[in-house]
Design a protein. Structure first.
Ligand SMILES: *Cc1c(COP(=O)(O)O)cnc(C)c1O
Length: 407
């Protein structure tokens, strides 16, 4: 490997400190009852995650069941239309249709090593629920998925998929009855039986060590993409672009490039209907510091510190917080973050589908919208887009938006 190829391994300033902080962000803001469970999880992560035995089993599951490495595709028509060189890292080709399975498999393997008897998980749009149910079925563990009652209604096909995969789906009616309430409920359930239960969180959020654990598991995306760029494009990208909800696919893509000073990193949040509080889910772009679900990060809150409802056309980005490492990477200036609106993202989705034969998830389409904007400001740029998932799950909403306009 050339020295350039190895440069990505020197990841200065990217490890959490002993208290699980990334700069001022992160940490553990949890009730006393959760501390022992998090300590046990931390000990398990320290002991198993880097072990040769765990890594070998994880690599085998990724290769033979998830379908890794996922392809890196050149996008010739988008390249021509945008006046850029566009490459796509194809997490949409991973089993169950998105990057979420990388994390779900890794955490389920960890749960088995920790002696847990069942997996619990939360889900918003249902993608992490489906990935968790699939991983639990594969590895022979029962799985309970907490899902906001509103989302159970909105995402009926994914509820059916989880049930077919053997999971129990529990609708959560408390709070906002969406993702935030589902995470609260899963944390409560974990506290009540931390010995036998493993809580598999779906993004790089929550109290330490979850943001670290999820990032380590998702970094396979960036490691593969980095060596595929060198092999297929003959160079690293000028910029890597990913959508940011909680931030797991983005941190997974970005992390192996942090040491490459020449690679710009750009995260795209859900700009929704616009910049007003309640009209978007862009916690980095429009949020302020505060504590949400165990972590000090940037959140969408009002002047009294009340966490506000969010809006995005994309259910998977519709969350009022973001992983603390992203807040730190924004503050440090290493990663830039912007928002793309619902309209820009749907437009980018139809362009990608029409000209590259790939129907991306609406979440993913935000990254395409951001990349297109980057290309217009940087003609000729070599752009790597994290294609986080496929859009089949979004057909109901696409029927009501893009397809309504086409017919
Ligand atoms: C869940 C999801 C996201 C958002 O989650 P992150 O943790 O920010 O990656 C993005 N894209 C797809 C396809 C998803 O399913």
């Amino acid at each position: 490997m050339s020295s350039r190829a190895q440069a990505g391994a020197s990841l200065a300033d990217s490890q959490p400190d002993a208290r699980g902080r990334y700069g001022e962000f992160g940490g553990r803001y949890v009730p006393e009852t959760l501390v022992a469970a998090l300590d046990r999880l931390q000990a398990g992560v320290d002991r198993h995650l880097g072990s040769a035995d765990f890594q070998a089993e994880y690599a085998r599951e990724l290769a033979t069941w998830v379908g890794r490495p996922t392809a890196l595709s050149h996008a010739p028509t988008l390249s021509e239309r945008w006046g850029a060189e566009v490459w796509l890292k194809r997490e949409d080709l991973a089993h169950t249709g998105a990057h979420k399975i990388n994390n779900a498999v890794g955490q389920t393997l960890l749960a088995k090593r920790l002696g847990a008897k069942r997996i619990i998980a939360e889900t918003g749009a249902g993608q992490h629920g489906v990935a968790s149910a699939a991983a639990a079925a594969r590895l022979g563990m029962p799985c309970v998925v907490y899902m906001g009652a509103v989302d159970v209604e909105r995402q009926a096909p994914n509820v059916g998929r989880m049930k077919l995969l053997g999971a129990t789906v529990v609708p959560v009616t408390s709070g906002d009855a969406t993702l935030r309430a589902a995470i609260d409920e899963a944390l409560r359930e974990w506290v009540s039986d931390p010995q036998n239960t493993y809580y598999s969180i779906g993004s790089a959020v929550g109290p330490h060590p979850y943001p670290y654990l999820v990032r380590e598991l998702q970094s396979v995306i960036g490691r593969e993409a980095r060596s595929q760029m060198l092999a297929l494009a003959g160079a690293l990208p000028d910029v890597a672009v990913a959508c940011v909800g909680g931030g797991s696919n983005a941190i997974g893509l970005f992390h192996p490039f942090l040491g490459d000073a020449g690679v710009h990193l750009l995260g795209i949040e859900a700009g929704g209907r616009g910049p007003g509080l309640g009209d978007n889910a862009a916690s980095l772009t429009f949020g302020t510091p505060g504590v949400l679900q165990g972590s000090y990060t940037l959140i969408l809150q009002d002047e009294h510190g009340q966490v506000r409802e969010t809006h995005s056309v994309s259910a998977g980005l519709d969350y009022s917080g973001v992983g603390p490492e992203h807040a730190h990477l924004m503050r440090s200036g290493r990663v830039a973050y912007e928002a793309a609106t619902d309209e820009e993202s749907l437009d980018a989705l139809s362009e990608c589908a029409r000209y590259e034969g790939i129907l991306p998830a609406i979440e993913t389409a935000h990254a395409f919208a951001g990349a297109r904007r980057y290309a217009s400001a940087h003609p000729g740029a070599r752009i790597l887009i994290g294609c986080s998932g496929r859009g089949d799950k979004d057909m109901p909403i696409l029927q009501r938006t893009l397809l309504r306009d086409l017919c």
